[in-house]
Design a binder for this molecule. Sequence first.
Ligand code: CMC
Length: 363
Amino acid sequence: MDTTESSFIDGEIGKLLYRGYDIHDLAEKSTFEEIVHLVLYGELPNQAQLDETDGYLRANRRIPDEIITVIDAVKSAHPMDVLQTALIGLAAFDDESEDNSREANVRKALRLTAQAPTIVTAHHRIRSGLEPVSPNPDLNHAGNFLYMLFDQFPDDETIALMDVDFILHAEHGVNASSFAARVSASTNSTLHAAVSGAVGTLKGPAHGGAAEEVMKMSMEIGNPENAEEYARNKLNNRERIMGFGHRVYRAEDPRARHLRERSQALGEKRGDPRWFQILTHLSEDVMAPYRDRGIYVNVDFYAGSIYHLLGIPSDLFIPIFALGRVPGWSAQCIEQYQNNILLRPRLHYIGPMDRDYVPIDQR
Ligand code: CMC
């Protein structure tokens, strides 16, 4: 079996460690900038190291005008497609794009982490007929993202909320998108290519798209009294309830707890507790019997309600997941480059054999 030092998951008991540190400690005590350092370098930074990593992120948020032009040209596409396009486009402006040394890849990982929010927010503003907002180096990563998105200085509480959301999404083993990134890296392709490929893989509703689907479902449900009938109809039609279930966890996804608490608090603060009530009714009543089958809420279940209450459009929910995950994808690729073997699964062939070729005019 291949090995990793990036993160550890015990799906039976719902345990998640980044580089050995419990996600609950990291979510409550850390910052995204610390997590970026931890995931990429393997150790929590001391103050001087954190200042250096944070300073590098703040100094590298700008994207070239040419990329803004590309974003404008493809602005009608889904934000994930735009993010993927712009990320691979950035390779053209990165002097180290073809350098696969560990040092260059860590620097590129930091630059991609810093630039990705600028892409997502510039796209949203351009498609809304507005000018992109330049990054503000006085704000931390989460605060700058919100600032570039809304062209308003966010309050500290909202910044902290976004920060913890990025922390919770930063790394998660060899999930589908990280696996896609590792497959790219295993061919000795570049970090830009691998990370943009991961963005394409994250886009699907079975992976990163679930938060958006959960919010769509909550809106269709409308109020808590309708939740049971809505979910029963879906389950009777053998449809899935989004935000439940996970390929690895057979207990509650440990990341969900932190977003549940925050979804409730934000709903109460904004005088709009309805979404949290709908979600609670789904998880505590309708889906409770599914726990016996190992189906619990996952990280995406409460995330959508938070983004919605913050006024973030629903098609930006997956890009937010991606912004948090850039360090994790990069760390997975750096591991792959370090101890590389071409990832090339074989499939069992079940098609016909040795058929006679028939010329086209005889078919
Ligand atoms: N609602 C209802 N039933 C479910 C659900 C669900 N959300 N998830 C799994 N099941 C049932 C499924 O119908 C199947 O039942 P049966 O054995 O009777 O056919 C059984 O559980 C096993 O399903 P599976 O698809 O084989 O299990 P999996 O481990 O491959 O599924 C999953 C993982 C995430 C694709 C699936 O749980 C799902 O589609 N969930 C909804 C989408 C979602 O929330 N995705 C976000 C995942 S977390 C974020 C991330 O890491 O990307």
